[in-house]
Design a protein around this ligand. Structure first.
Ligand SMILES: Cc1ncc(COP(=O)(O)O)c(C=O)c1O
Length: 539
């Protein structure tokens, strides 16, 4: 408990002052492990004392035992212990060159394309730059440097922002002109109308997901059906908001297919156990699993949610990342409307982001959710949640509107835009194939095709002795493998246990994002590591 300075001073003893001068105790104080009986009397150096006192009282009043237990329960593997270790090794490569058997860390843990060299789309950056410095719009030199459609787009956006200021708060759902463009983009994509009033622009898709969990989860009796394996945003957000994750399992042997029979069974048993299942999460294309759902499968899911009164949370952030021949992305909104399922029959929340696709603008934090089927009163409550954060960042809002309303045929940027987009997407498709093939060549590894998204998620059939060795050091087998891989090669992958997996199966997730020219080197390192690992632990 925090104590007043007066009371603390009265409690001080000379013995404690002497202890504080002891260097061991002083270190304890700095580390926040000392207790308040080390506080010196008023004769001691006051400012030093105050610093020490605040360090002591601050750390002693907040401990792992008394913080929100939901935070302790929350895990987020894509930035977990393997990544923390990778950052440490990266530091050591600088401070102690040659201290590891590799000279760089290759971050294959997270779908962060620009960090691995993917260039941004020129048109998007031109518009954002001009909006951020609108004085440029009136300069003649600007016409030599920027394309005419970027200039006219920036004028249109800036002229529709109150005060023409990108440094001002916006409406809590986002700038109207950006929502108009997003709605127009959805309408063009789906062939069914979208309403700008249904759009909530967010700082990436993640805050939208958190907002929905906040809205839906009142206690641990409230459950959300989530795919296993899943992107850990969902398990983390459910844990953070005090709800219950109800798993349904994607079928690895059927290309990570989503089976309605399993969904129904999981829903029934959760209900029988007293859980009030509120929503179903579907990630399409899948992360970490990379499958692209067929339209028929999606129709079944829409019907299921409608019949069971479940909110459909459709994570569609990889909608532009489809590589497999014959596969196509269909938004759940389009599928529902094409079945004649309307607003009053299904609550559908669709998430999109500027972080993925061919744009990969993760750090810009732009996203939106399209909210359909919520009644007016509840939508007002959602608006209240959004307004507690005031608004999402303005550059992210602008970028999101550009992603949904890119240059059109006939505009000056169009050709360059299409070239840049195609180059990125075709390279991602090649990399998805190369990595899948490389994984399948490894002994004891099977890997489904990455039909979409940005990852391969191979299954590791590890020797018994490797699992025993992992157990002996208190690690899960996939963590043990990923840790060994990192220490030997500098390649960072995320253990499958961070996403959930059928008990007794082990996986790792690897992004397909290393630059194409680096990929052969990464695969060589992985292959050499893997065969040594298998040799070392052969039964
Ligand atoms: C399936 C999925 N949903 C949501 C997100 C969150 O993305 P952001 O918050 O950057 O939009 C990610 C990020 O990797 C993801 O893979």
């Amino acid at each position: 408990m925090q104590r007043g300075a007066g009371a603390a001073r009265r409690a001080v003893s000379r013995a404690a002052a002497a202890r504080l001068k002891n260097p061991d105790v002083a270190t304890e104080v700095q580390q926040g492990v000392a207790t308040s009986d080390f506080i010196p009397d008023q004769g001691a150096n006051n400012s030093q004392w105050l610093r020490n006192f605040s360090a002591m009282s601050w750390t002693s009043s907040v401990t792992l035992q008394n913080i929100n237990p939901r935070v302790l329960k929350t895990e987020y593997a894509v930035r977990g212990e393997i990544v923390t270790r990778a950052q440490l090794l990266q530091q050591e490569l600088i401070t102690k060159p040659g201290s590891h058997p590799f000279d760089e860390i290759v971050y294959c843990n997270i779908g962060n394309p620009q960090s691995l060299g993917q260039p941004p789309i020129t048109f998007f950056r031109e518009v954002v730059a001009l909006c951020d410095h609108p004085a440029l719009l009136d300069k003649s030199e600007t016409h030599a440097l920027f394309s005419s459609d970027a200039i006219s787009r920036a004028y249109r956006i800036v002229d529709n922002i109150p005060g023409r200021a990108t440094g001002a708060y916006s409406h809590s759902q986002g700038i109207k002109v950006c929502r108009d463009d997003i709605a127009a983009g959805i309408t063009a994509r789906d062939g069914y109308p979208a309403n700008p009033e249904d759009i909530f622009i967010t700082d990436g898709a993640s805050p939208g997901v958190h907002m929905m969990m906040q809205l839906l989860l009142g206690s641990e009796k409230d459950g959300i059906l989530c795919p296993i394996p899943q992107y850990p945003l969902y398990s983390a957000s459910i844990a953070m908001h005090g709800g219950t994750l109800v798993p349904y399992y994607l079928n690895e042997s059927a290309g990570w297919g989503l089976e309605l029979s399993d969904l129904k069974q999981q829903l029934q048993s959760a209900r029988a156990a007293g859980t009030n299942v509120r929503a179903l999460v579907v990630i399409n294309p899948g992360n970490p699993t990379g499958q692209v759902l067929s339209e028929e499968n999606q129709q079944g899911i829409v019907q299921f949610c409608k019949e069971e009164g479940l909110v459909l949370l459709a994570d569609e952030v990889y909608q532009e990342n489809v590589y497999a021949e014959g596969k196509k992305f269909h938004s759940f909104k389009k599928v529902a409307r094409s079945m004649g399922v309307q607003d009053n029959e299904l609550i559908l929340i669709s998430f999109q982001s500027v972080s993925k696709g061919y744009y990969g603008e993760c750090g810009r934090r732009g996203g939106y959710m399209e909210v359909t089927g919520l009644n007016k009163d509840v939508k007002e409550q959602l608006y209240k949640i959004a307004s507690v954060n005031l608004c999402s960042n303005i550059s992210g809002q602008i970028l999101m509107s550009l992603v949904m309303n890119p240059p059109k045929d006939g505009e000056e940027s169009y050709e360059q835009f299409m070239e840049e987009k195609e180059a990125i997407l075709s390279s991602l498709a090649r990399r998805a194939q190369v990595l899948t093939d490389a994984m399948n060549k490894l002994e004891g590894v099977t890997c489904n095709k990455a039909e979409g998204a940005m990852y391969v998620f191979p299954r590791l059939h590890l020797p018994e002795r490797a699992m025993k060795a992992a157990g002996a050091v208190g690690m899960l087998a996939d963590v043990f493998y990923a840790r060994r891989l990192l220490d030997s090669t500098g390649i960072v992958m995320v253990p499958g246990s961070g996403f959930g997996q059928v008990p007794g199966t082990w996986h790792v997730r690897c992004t397909i994002l290393p630059a194409e020219e680096k990929l052969p080197g990464v695969i060589d390192r992985l292959t050499t590591f893997h065969s040594r690992f298998m040799e070392e632990f052969r039964n």
